[in-house]
Design a protein around this ligand. Structure first.
Ligand code: ADP
Ligand code: MG
Length: 403
């Protein structure tokens, strides 16, 4: 890390849009065209929240919003990083000086994500060399839609493909997660990076976070006359804060108390008997959320496989109540988004992501989009909350080269 330098405003572009704009931004910035542009999507978790550190199941899908990385190799071994979305200028990184104890900070703090990917690749003994990178994204950052995983996975794909390194998608996801855990310092599970790296269009991704086994479940909302609304409450979450660590410790403590490797090993049918053995009412609630949530993933997968997409709605709403009341990770804005969507005709809705802000998800009939969106905007206004950003989503493709 040797610091930052200012960059021409012309290198900044508006969010969204095709890969050639990212390539143009690269050319304006570095003076020559990139060798390619790689993209990785944000994600929404349909169901299976706070299960990934309990060896449980999750069912995310990839968003159409994605992070693009235009990149070209450099012969001198240095790596230069730039984001059109953050006014920090170009951040120059010297691979030999990368140190997880001293990640980029301040205005260049975002660069910890791609620098962490470089660090993780090198630490794994992979022969990545120097590169110039230019990032642009239409995944909103800090909205619970995994802009961090999108940035990591797009960077990992760009660097490995530039240097002809063949990794499987799960390997790529594991390296991206390692960057976030060990270099950026966020103790996230592997779901976000796996969704971004491995999801396929028109499918939700069933992930067993113990075995890392994946199943691609057809999830064609449009064909069923359905749409998914993503409601970004614009309340910023902070997964690095103590609440996440407290939930994790509570779950691991409860598993130990019950003599289990992880809460995933507690069958749904044995939940009540197990809860009766726990004294701490907080642990009772945490365990009840994790075990019922795993069961909801199983049921939602069954319904999707049977083509009964609408019937997943009540399970989404049940999942929200569990996160709100038992896991206690919701917030007034998320609760209002869910209640309003349901009152306006959604089949079901839930907060998605770690909680304490971020986004909610609502499953609606295609023709209800306007009514549900308007109802949410009105309710937020009446409550004095910041206007939410509501977008429609359909399960999109995972990471890929786009130019
Ligand atoms: P989430 O993953 O839910 O969006 P995080 O807090 O985990 O929220 O990650 C957001 C951070 O990731 C941002 O604050 C920024 O540091 C980094 N980031 C994400 N997208 C970009 C981008 N396009 N350009 C630069 N940094 C980004
Ligand atoms: Mg994140």
């Amino acid at each position: 890390m040797t610091g930052t330098e200012p960059v021409d405003e012309a290198a900044r572009t508006e969010g969204g849009g095709p890969a050639h704009r990212t390539a143009d931004g690269f050319r304006r910035l570095y003076g020559s065209p990139p060798e390619g542009v790689w993209a990785a999507p944000g994600r929404v978790n349909l169901i299976g929240e706070h299960t990934d550190y309990n060896d449980g199941f999750a069912l995310p899908f990839a968003l159409p919003q994605r992070t693009e990385v235009a990149a070209a190799r450099r012969a001198d071994g240095t790596v230069r990083l730039h984001s059109a979305d953050i006014p920090s200028g170009v951040v120059t990184v010297h691979p030999a000086e990368l140190d997880p104890a001293r990640p980029p900070a301040g205005a260049a703090g975002w660069a910890a994500y791609p620098a962490g990917v470089l660090w993780a690749l090198l630490e794994a003994g992979l022969p990545v060399g120097g590169a110039d990178l230019h990032v642009r994204s239409d995944v909103p950052a800090g909205a619970g839609l995994s802009s961090s995983a999108a940035l990591e996975v797009a960077t990992a794909l760009a660097l490995t493909e530039l240097y002809g390194i063949a990794l499987t998608r799960p390997e790529l996801a594991a390296l991206a997660r390692r960057a976030e855990n060990a270099y950026v310092g966020v103790p996230c599970g592997v779901m976000d990076q796996t969704a971004s790296a491995c999801a396929t269009e028109g499918h939700a991704l069933h992930l067993d976070t113990r075995t890392l086994e994946q199943r691609h479940i057809p999830f064609d909302c449009a064909a069923a006359g359905l749409r998914l609304l993503v409601v970004d409450t614009r309340v910023k979450h902070d997964l690095a804060d103590g609440a996440y660590a407290e939930r994790l410790a509570s779950c691991h403590g409860a598993a130990a108390e019950l003599g289990l490797t992880a809460l995933r090993d507690l069958p749904y049918a044995e939940l009540d008997a197990a809860l009766a053995r726990l004294d701490d009412p907080v642990r009772v609630r945490r365990v009840r959320h994790v075990v019922t949530e795993n069961e909801r993933v199983v049921r939602v997968e069954e319904l999707l496989r049977a083509g009964r997409l609408r019937e997943t709605g009540p399970l989404l709403t049940e999942g929200h109540a569990s996160l709100r009341d038992d896991y206690e990770v919701s917030c007034p804005e998320l609760d209002l988004a869910v209640a309003t969507a349901n009152a306006a005709g959604a089949h079901g809705a839930r907060m998605t992501g770690g909680g304490f802000g971020g986004s909610a998800l609502a499953l609606i009939d295609t023709d209800a989009e306007e009514a549900v969106t308007a109802a949410i905007a009105k309710a937020f206004d009446a409550a004095g909350f910041t206007a939410p950003r509501v977008t429609a989503a359909a399960p999109a493709a995972g990471a890929q080269r786009v130019l």
